[in-house]
Design a binder for this molecule. Structure first.
Ligand code: BTN
Length: 252
């Protein structure tokens, strides 16, 4: 099973997500395509992803399942991929001395600022994940961000150091490889779930959230994440609610 990361750098592309998708048959499991610059980098909720040329890591990793890749994952467990990807980035940042948490579902935060965003695009086939393109934008050396971005930060802003992005991608890829391997490690009964919840931003902290359907604000406490990736929040009145992505937003 070829589960080792191989990295290809391109000077410029529209989006590494689309670059991988266009050539998906040519790439093996755990291929990484990284770009020095994306002309149309995509973020969550249809947003653009901004990244200064050559300053940061913008890359996509292909995960394949079945005979050419990892063991099959049922669609109901697709959130495991989000857990492995976020834990891979968080574990790597920790080795750099950067303390971070995972803002559900897949942002990485340093205190109240976003250092990394992810766009995970899964293709489902007959109730299983056929392939997944995991797009990661990690702010590395950038210190000036365009106005309008919400709370950006970077590794350089956290540590005062400047990094070689190619070397850092090698290290980050090794961490991702390790955490993807852990999804299939049967020796831990709770798998990677506990690790994800331990790193969850604002877990156990009572604060306000916005219900996207009507803009109302409510107070609640994050208590965890369901197996299918919904955020579990206990409201002030004791009611337990679960929210899918885009159903609530944080007030930061
Ligand atoms: C977000 O937080 O909005 C998600 C950002 C994801 C950005 C990465 S950069 C590499 C890959 N290619 C893209 O076009 N998007 C992802």
């Amino acid at each position: 099973m070829g589960n080792k990361v191989t990295i290809t750098w391109v000077e410029e592309t529209d989006s590494t997500q689309d670059e991988v998708r266009r050539h998906i048959r040519e790439y093996a499991n755990m291929s990484v395509v990284a770009a020095l610059y994306q002309t149309a980098g995509r973020g969550q909720r249809g947003n653009k992803w901004h990244s200064g040329k050559g300053e940061n890591l913008t890359f996509s990793m292909l995960a394949l399942f079945g005979k050419d890749g990892f063991p099959p994952i049922p669609a109901t467990r697709q959130f495991d991929l989000t857990k492995a990807a976020t834990l891979g980035v968080a574990g790597y940042l920790e080795t750099k001395g950067i303390e971070c948490s995972i803002k559900w579902p897949n942002d990485i935060y340093v205190r109240n600022k976003k250092i990394c965003g992810m766009l995970i695009e899964n293709v489902l086939e007959d109730g299983f994940v056929g392939s997944s393109i995991i797009g990661i934008g990690l702010n590395v050396n950038q210190k000036d961000f365009p106005p309008g971005l919400v709370n950006p930060t970077s590794m350089s802003m956290s540590t005062g150091k400047t990094y070689d992005i190619r070397e850092e991608l090698e290290k980050l890829s090794a961490s991702l490889e390790e955490w993807f391997g852990k999804i299939f490690d049967q020796s831990r009964p709770d798998g990677i779930d506990g690790f994800y919840e331990d790193r969850l931003y604002r877990k156990g902290v009572t604060c306000e959230y916005v219900l996207c359907s009507d803009g109302s604000v409510f107070e609640g406490t994050i208590i965890g994440v369901s197996p299918d990736g919904k955020l579990l929040i206990k409201k002030k009145n004791g009611e337990l609610n679960q929210f899918a992505f885009k159903e609530i937003s944080y007030i930061i």
